[in-house]
Write a protein that binds this ligand. Structure first.
Ligand code: NAP
Length: 286
C-alpha cells in the first residue's frame, strides 16, 4: 500500500486561496491512484511553529509551503535537504516517523524546465532580474550547475549580498539601463525573477529596449506563469529569442514534491500530462 493512502496533504500560506498547488498535486495523486486528499490551509505569518505542532497530531503526511512560511520553516525541521539548506528556504515538508523533513524543490524545478528546453546552464553567462525568493533558488541552483557567470540585476543590491558570498560566479548590478545593457550584451540566458508582468501586479517594466542588447542566440525565461506569455516573453519572441515561461518550473517543483511525499520516483512525462490536463483550463480562464 502506498505510504500516502488514507493520508492528507496540503499547502500552507497567507494568502492561500489562489494557490494552484491543490489542482496540480491532486492531478498527480489521482493519476497514481492514491487515496489522499490535498487541501489549502491558511496559516498566518508568525504562526508557522504553532500550526506545525498541531498539524503533527492529525493525518497530514506532509505539506507544501508558500509565502510567508518558507524561511520560518527552516529552523523547525529535524532534517534539511542540501537545496533547502543552500536557499535557507523550505517549500516541502514530509512528516514521517515523528520527524519533520524539509526540502526545497524550486531551484531543481527551474533547472529541469530549462533542460527540457535544451538549455544547459553549465559554462553559460546568465543575467537574472530580481533578488527575492525565486531569484535566490534560481541563482544558487544555476551556480551549483557550473554557470560561468551569473549577474543579479536588482533595484535593492543589498538584498543580493548573501548571494554574492555564496559563489565567485555570482555578481550584482543595478536594474538600470546602463547596467542592464552592459550585462545583457554578454548573456546567453536572461531570467526574470521579479513579479513585473504578472497578472494582478500593477508595476511594469518601463520599456523593453534593454532586450536589444541581448545577442540573437540568447534564451529568455520568465518564472511567471500567469499570464502564460508575459509582455517580456512576447517582446523577446518578436526579437527572435527562444523563450520559456514559469509553467515548467511550477510543474517540475510539484512533481519533485510528490516524490518526496510518496518516497517514490515518478514518471515525469505521465505526471506532466496529468497536471497539464487539469491545470490548463484553470490558467486559461480569465
Ligand atoms: P519576492 O521574494 O517578493 O521578490 C521579488 C523581487 O522582484 C525582489 O528582488 C524585488 O525587488 C523585485 N521587484 C519587485 N517589484 C519590482 C519593481 N517594480 N522593479 C524592480 N524590481 C522589483 O518574490 P518571489 O517569491 O521571488 O517571486 C517573484 C516572481 O516569481 C513572482 O511572480 C512569482 O509568482 C514567481 N515564482 C514562480 C515560481 C514558479 O514555479 N514558476 C516559483 C516561485 C516564484 P526589491 O527587493 O527591491 O523589492
Amino acid at each position: 500500500m502506498n505510504f500516502l493512502d488514507g493520508k492528507e496533504l496540503a499547502v500552507i500560506g497567507d494568502p492561500i486561496e489562489h494557490s494552484l498547488s491543490p489542482v496540480i498535486q491532486q492531478a498527480m495523486l489521482d493519476e497514481l491512484g492514491v487515496c489522499c486528499t490535498y487541501g489549502r490551509i491558511l496559516v498566518r505569518a508568525g504562526e508557522t511553529a504553532q500550526w506545525l505542532q498541531k498539524a503533527e497530531q492529525g493525518k497530514l503526511a506532509g505539506f507544501n509551503a508558500t509565502m510567508p512560511h518558507k524561511s520560518d520553516l527552516v529552523p523547525l525541521m529535524d532534517t534539511l535537504s542540501e537545496d533547502a539548506r543552500m536557499y535557507s528556504s523550505v517549500n516541502t515538508v514530509v512528516l514521517h516517523d515523528g520527524k519533520r523533513h524539509g526540502f526545497n524543490t524550486d531551484g531543481e524545478g527551474f533547472l529541469r524546465s530549462l533542460l527540457d528546453e535544451g538549455m544547459d546552464p553549465a559554462e553559460k553567462t546568465i543575467a537574472v532580474l530580481g533578488a527575492g525568493g525565486a531569484a535566490r533558488s534560481v541563482v544558487l541552483k544555476l551556480a551549483s550547475c557550473r554557470a560561468a557567470k551569473i549577474t543579479v540585476l536588482c533595484r535593492t543590491p543589498a538584498k543580493a549580498n548573501g548571494l554574492v558570498h555564496a559563489s565567485t560566479a555570482i555578481h550584482v548590478a543595478g536594474m538600470n539601463r546602463t547596467d542592464m545593457e552592459k550585462t545583457l550584451a554578454q548573456a546567453d540566458l536572461l531570467v526574470n525573477c521579479t513579479p513585473l508582468g504578472m497578472d494582478g501586479v500593477s508595476a511594469r517594466f518601463d520599456g523593453f529596449s534593454f532586450l536589444d542588447a541581448l545577442p540573437a542566440s540568447a534564451f529568455v525565461c520568465d518564472v511567471i506563469y500567469r499570464p502564460l506569455k508575459t509582455r517580456l516573453l512576447a517582446e523577446a519572441e518578436q526579437r527572435g529569442h527562444h523563450v520559456m515561461n514559469g509553467l515548467g518550473m511550477l510543474i517540475h517543483q510539484a512533481i519533485l514534491s510528490i516524490e518526496h511525499f510518496s518516497g517514490q520516483k515518478l514518471d515525469t512525462v505521465t505526471m506532466k500530462n496529468a497536471i497539464q490536463k487539469r491545470l490548463m483550463p484553470v490558467l486559461q480562464e480569465k
